[in-house]
Design a protein around this ligand. Structure first.
Ligand SMILES: Cc1cc2nc3c(=O)[nH]c(=O)nc-3n(C[C@H](O)[C@H](O)[C@H](O)COP(=O)(O)OP(=O)(O)OC[C@H]3O[C@@H](n4cnc5c(N)ncnc54)[C@H](O)[C@@H]3O)c2cc1C
Length: 441
């Protein structure tokens, strides 16, 4: 990266998640002056972690891992000189089908899939066709629901893929384009990566190196307003407005529109307002004994309706983290995530934490009848109202650009990384893209 040729720019970044930190990385390396404003008390955003007293490693509030082809994050780790701290175990992923755990990868147990042989072959061929298809564009004009129903067959779709779509998108599961599924299938790798010490340790190391390069990271410093005057952006924080040369906002669409003076009335603002997203939550249990009998890391649970009251399980994924990473890093605890995505208006966002735990806990006994309440050492509840963008048909034509109509103001968020599913890898990509645009603009 070249150092600033003219006088250094004065840059403001809103949000110290992966997007904001990655943007800061390139600005700082180019010699610009960077201030990051972060609302919470730590860096990391949705990928942030927490640590119990007896743990050596942090644990992500929401389950996180990297795919082996997440090149943007791996490149950043290389540049930071910490690539060797990323490890790639190969954990087991399974489905819960008719009261049994069935491995999802091709393995001898695939022969036990509860599908007729022809249906299994048809599903495998359709999956292969997607995996080998180099372009996502043809898939964005058809819903995943109708494409998979047609080409994979109704039985295979309803058994394996419909629950995944319901899990991610709740009532909008049948509106999502097949391009989303294309990206999921093309990206998925069997090896899943993490940083030694947890994602929080990675974000903290990035923040440490940024500070070393002179970046100011202001924690507990929520931006209260932004705008542009005389061609230059301004930002209000702690009741005080300051002018900058460039400003990158990394928040949700809703927050961008609340913060940015005059943006909602523009054509761009209307595009932003039309973007949809859904919330996410994880209840994390620290148990004294293992839960899943066969070392499964990720267990997809069945759902044929987004109505929780009519579903066999109150959430959509059960993840035994310590079947992925050794429990010695977590004081010997067996760590279980129970995760789901629902709209922020759903009762899961209103219930007391204790009530939510009581809703979720019986599912553990359903999966392992030996489970007893006395196994429970501790629990945590994490909720995020903006957790998963919901793409729609022809989505590429509806995506707001990184440049906003406010001079000097750029927006880089999870909602703009389509066709890829949101992830820290794409946060790094869009953060760096926004920095490059801002430096050239
Ligand atoms: C359940 C779940 C599972 C996931 N699994 C994975 C995974 O396995 N692998 C993976 O790579 N990614 C995963 N992700 C996605 C990943 O966490 C996100 O894509 C990534 O963290 C987004 O980074 P970001 O910086 O764009 O946004 P965020 O992480 O949301 O960061 C935005 C930051 O802005 C701050 N902010 C908000 N308002 C203000 C304000 N007014 N002023 C200042 N700061 C403000 C927030 O506090 C936050 O720190 C998962 C996410 C969820 C919810």
């Amino acid at each position: 990266m070249r150092r600033a040729e003219q006088s250094p720019l004065n840059i403001a970044i809103i949000g110290a998640g992966a997007t904001g930190l990655a943007a800061a990385w390139d600005f700082a390396r180019a010699g610009h002056s960077v201030s990051i404003f972060e609302a919470t008390d730590r860096v990391g955003g949705l990928a942030a972690g927490f640590k119990d007293d007896n743990w050596d490693w942090t644990l992500e509030k929401f389950y996180h891992h990297w795919f082996a082809n997440d090149h943007d994050i791996l490149r950043l780790a290389d540049e930071m000189g910490v690539r060797d701290k990323i490890i790639f175990p190969r954990p087991k992923t399974s489905f819960w089908l008719d009261g049994k755990i069935v491995r999802s990868e091709i393995s001898p147990s695939a022969l036990l899939l509860p599908l007729p042989l022809l249906a299994t072959i048809r599903m495998a061929l359709a999956g292969l066709a997607i995996k080998l298809s180099p372009r996502w564009q043809p898939f964005e004009h058809v819903t995943a629901d109708s494409w998979m129903r047609r080409w994979m067959g109704r039985q295979a779709y309803e058994t394996f893929f419909k629950p995944l779509l319901i899990g991610k998108f709740a009532h909008e599961y049948d509106q999502v384009p097949m391009s989303f599924m294309w990206a999921r299938i093309v990206k998925r790798t069997l090896k899943l990566g993490t940083y030694q010490g947890g994602f929080q340790a990675f974000m903290d190391e990035l923040a440490r190196q940024l500070r070393e390069r002179g970046v100011r990271i202001c924690l507990n410093a929520p931006a209260q307003g932004i705008g542009s005057r005389n061609g230059k952006p301004w930002l209000k924080a702690a009741g005080e407005s300051r002018q900058f040369d460039r400003l990158i906002c990394t928040t949700s669409p809703k927050l961008l529109l609340q913060l940015a003076e005059g943006l909602a009335d523009t054509a761009y603002g209307k595009e932003v307002a039309a973007l949809k997203s859904i919330g996410g939550l994880c209840v994390v249990f620290a148990l004294k004994h293992p839960l899943l009998p066969d070392d499964t890391y990720w267990l997809n649970l069945p759902a044929d309706t987004p109505e929780k009251s009519r579903s066999a399980f109150p959430f959509l994924a059960l993840v035994e983290h310590t079947n992925y990473l050794p429990r010695k890093h977590y004081g010997g605890d067996h760590i279980i995530y129970c995760g789901d995505y629902v709209h922020p208006g759903h009762e899961y966002f209103r219930l007391d934490e204790e009530e939510l735990v009581e809703r979720f806990l019986p599912a553990l006994g359903k999966i392992n009848p030996a489970f007893e309440r006395s196994w429970l050492r501790k629990w945590w509840v994490w909720r995020a109202p903006y957790a998963q963008p919901v793409p729609r048909l022809h989505h590429s034509q509806r995506l707001p650009a990184v440049n906003t109509p406010l001079p000097g103001v750029y927006w880089a968020s999870m909602s703009q990384v389509y066709p890829w599913d949101r992830g820290t890898n794409y946060a790094v990509e869009i953060g760096r893209r926004a920095a490059a645009l801002a430096m050239s603009g």
